[in-house]
Design a protein around this ligand. Structure first.
Ligand code: FAD
Length: 706
């Protein structure tokens, strides 16, 4: 029997876990012996969470999964299937671990009334994410724009004036025409877009034209578009100053119209590069070029699009930037292809419901885990003309030794649910007590290591490498490669990251007491420094408070870069800055949307927050010390941006230029080039394909989408 190919997977984030999951499938019959090398004590990377005091869930930041995460849900569902938990277990099935979240809010800044919560209900969609993909599903650019035109019709129809303006005769006249082109010409010739019904017909025809885009002259489509736009302005403009709802509809209509015009002008439906053809533009810039108004570009919807992707260069909220093509691809996938629900929320920490089950299943399959292994350097050899170089060694800091030379057992039991602790299990570590007292940060590259280094050699210890560290860490751990290889050097230079900030509050008050007339809900697009939050009150029962909190809310946002600041002291300063930001935000901003959370002077009512039982009493603002906050500033923890003009520099897991190494991560060229769980999982699956030919590329949903 052939000896297995030894695969060293570096890192244990979504991408690495997906790669390990694919390579350890029973179908491979043990062809790959996979070992995961992970710094610190837990898997998860940017998605890691841990259980703190009273089993509090402490996350890196708010994490929601979206209903279009076909790859991520597919693997997760398989994982739960293989886990075979007792059906009576409270998290036996993936549907126990995730639940649909359809009601969301955007923070709408009304010119008349200031900040408003704008509720957006996404209707449940057929199927579930991860179900087999319907062979008839059309994910082409043209199909998206057909749906955009239809959506615009629906949006316009929803205006109350629709009822008052029925004129079936125009539509009838148009549909009597024989071809779409002559129908369009008819509408234009007779100026029949003057009524809403005719306007809707115009949009129907525009949608039809996208179906056979190459057959239509651009001039005709642009004329139709201009006529539609004029008609929309005429019909709606008068309403928007007095009605917030009409203004929102107008803003969406305005954006959809700009997208349609851009699609025609840039011939996206037939362009060989699809959406990627416009990735050198910033999304707002591209929409503006295609006629979007200032008001629409600053609408809640657009702000939320940037906020949810932390899309601010250097973390500077005055420099919002995201590649237009990827932003459109993401928005279309999110709105038009979600299954079940738009968002899916987790019933415990991401570590508990995602990474712990994967860890257990991978262990069952024979995957090995080496915790407390921090990669220092990838060593290379064989740089000769015409020969692909290879990785010759992997040099690790061994961050901790395990007592008795045993294997580290990373999980703790929280009422029957295996979870990751928020700190290492010091009792398993040699000199663990000292490490605990000194609060060593095992997840930081700057923390010195006190043990001899370990170097793995190709041929002796490993045959193939899956490099799954965050892109922020690549420049350091691959410094030889970055020095010698132009493609890697440019990639590291162009694919940028930003720090993020997050805090979590546990309330002794419910949504009604907070002045919300009901649930707290998820929201994005709000005032900086914390533009996004989510109601996580459902987690109260998963934690072990003597008196459960009535509400739990997670807040998250980008954090401005401070150049030249790193190291342990720098990280501490950034965490202190997050605390100051949070307190300022709570005192100054939150009351504008949560009136019950502010006192008469408009300042946050600190007494509404839970105090940690058994801790020193804390009144007033000091109650914040009993909550949780963090600054994600370590290189690998920084969020990967999709800046305009940079996506083409990403490396593909299928072609790294190295003979025995692939890459996996949300920073690679994987078909969905934006920092999210789905991109990371797609990349991990691609990395597995690079080595084993499996999964087949057509099985990686979205990889071949335009
Ligand atoms: C605050 C925040 C909120 C987010 N919210 C969402 C959300 O709601 N929905 C969503 O889909 N996505 C969200 N994302 C993005 C998502 O978390 C990432 O896209 C995804 O987790 C990236 O996975 P990855 O495997 O590519 O990288 P990572 O998760 O960064 O994994 C890298 C791994 O490498 C390890 N590592 C790094 N350096 C070394 C080293 N030297 N030696 C050994 N190991 C090393 C790390 O510890 C980690 O395990 C969010 C990200 C952040 C930061």
């Amino acid at each position: 029997m052939r000896s297995p190919i030894r695969v060293a997977v570096i890192g244990g984030g979504c991408a690495s876990v997906a790669a390990a999951f694919e390579l350890s499938r029973p179908e491979h019959r043990g062809r790959f012996q996979v070992t995961v090398y992970q710094m610190g004590w837990r898997l998860g990377g940017k998605g890691a969470s841990g259980r703190g005091r009273f089993d509090r869930i402490e996350e890196h930041g708010l994490h929601l999964w979206m209903g279009f995460y076909e790859n991520a849900f597919r693997l997760l569902r398989e994982c739960y299937g293989e886990l075979r938990r007792d059906p009576a277990h409270r998290m036996s099935d993936w549907r126990d671990a995730f639940f649909p979240s359809n009601l969301n809010f955007a923070a709408d800044l009304s010119p008349r009334s200031g900040w408003l919560r704008w509720s957006v209900l996404f209707p449940p969609a057929q199927g579930l994410p991860g179900d087999p993909v319907n062979a008839a599903a059309d994910w082409s650019v043209a199909a998206y724009f057909v749906r955009t035109a239809l959506l615009l019709r629906t949006v316009l129809r929803s205006l109350s004036m629709a009822a008052a303006d029925r004129d079936e005769t125009d539509a009838g006249a148009a549909s009597a025409a024989t071809t779409t082109e002559s129908q369009i010409a008819g509408l234009l010739r007779y100026g029949k877009l003057a009524t809403l019904t005719a306007l809707l017909e115009g949009l129907r025809l525009l949608g039809l034209a996208f179906n056979q885009f190459s057959l239509f002259p651009e001039g005709l489509l642009l004329r139709l578009h201009s006529a539609i736009r004029k008609a929309v302005e005429k019909q709606i403009d008068r309403l928007v100053t007095d009605h917030d709802e009409a203004r929102r509809i107008w803003e969406i209509a305005d954006l959809l119209l700009a997208a349609l015009r851009g699609a025609v002008r840039f011939r996206l439906a037939t362009h060989p590069r699809g959406f990627d053809a416009i990735n050198d533009y910033d999304c707002r810039e591209w929409l503006r070029l295609n006629g979007a108004s200032r008001r629409a570009l600053n609408s809640a919807f657009v702000r939320a699009l940037y906020d949810l992707a932390f899309a601010y260069e250097d973390g500077d909220v005055r420099r919002p930037r995201i590649a237009a093509g990827q932003a459109l691809r993401g928005a279309f996938r999110a709105f038009f292809t979600y299954r079940g629900a738009f968002f899916w929320k987790m019933r415990a920490g991401m570590g508990d419901v995602v990474f712990a089950p994967f860890y257990q299943v991978l262990k069952q399959r024979g995957v090995r885990f080496k915790f407390f292994h921090r990669l220092r350097a990838v060593q290379t050899s064989g740089r000769r003309v015409g020969v692909k170089p290879n990785v010759s060694g992997l040099e690790f800091d061994v961050q901790a030794r395990i007592r008795g030379g045993k294997e580290y057992q990373p999980l703790v039991d929280v009422r029957g649910l295996p979870c990751w602790p928020a700190q290492p299990l010091y009792e398993q570590i040699v000199s663990g007590a000292t490490a605990e007292v000194r609060q060593r940060d095992f997840e930081a590259p700057w923390e010195p290591s006190r043990h001899p280094r370990r170097t793995l050699r190709v041929g002796r210890d490993f045959d193939f490498v899956v490099l799954g560290v965050g892109v922020g860490a690549v420049a350091d751990v691959c410094r030889n490669i970055v020095r010698d290889d132009e493609r890697w050097r440019v990639m590291v230079d162009k694919v940028k990251t930003v720090p993020t900030q997050a805090f979590q509050l546990w309330f002794d008050a419910d949504g009604t007491s907070l002045g919300l007339r009901g649930a707290i809900s998820n929201l994005s697009g709000f005032a900086e420094p914390f533009d996004t939050w989510a109601d996580m009150s459902h987690l109260a029962g998963e934690e072990s408070w003597p008196r459960p909190p009535q509400s739990i809310v997670y807040f998250c946002s980008v954090l401005p870069d401070r150049h030249g600041e790193g190291g342990r002291a720098g990280a501490k300063r950034r965490a202190a800055e997050v605390k100051r930001n949070a307190i300022r935000f709570l005192n100054r901003d939150l009351g504008r949307l949560w009136p019950g959370a502010a006192d008469d002077a408009g300042r946050f009512r600190w007494e509404m927050l839970c105090a940690l039982p058994g801790s020193k009493a804390a009144d007033g603002v000091r109650r914040f010390d009993h909550q949780y906050w963090r600054a994600n500033v370590a290189p690998s923890e920084r969020y990967t941006l999709a800046l305009p003009g940079t996506l083409r520099y990403r490396l593909s897991p299928l072609d790294t230029g190295y003979d025995n190494m692939t890459v996996a991560g949300d920073w690679t060229d994987c078909g969905f080039n934006e920092g999210c769980v789905e991109a990371a999982v797609m990349s991990g699956r691609l990395a597995a394909h690079a080595l084993s030919g499996s999964p087949p590329l057509e099985d990686i949903v979205g990889y071949d989408h335009p």
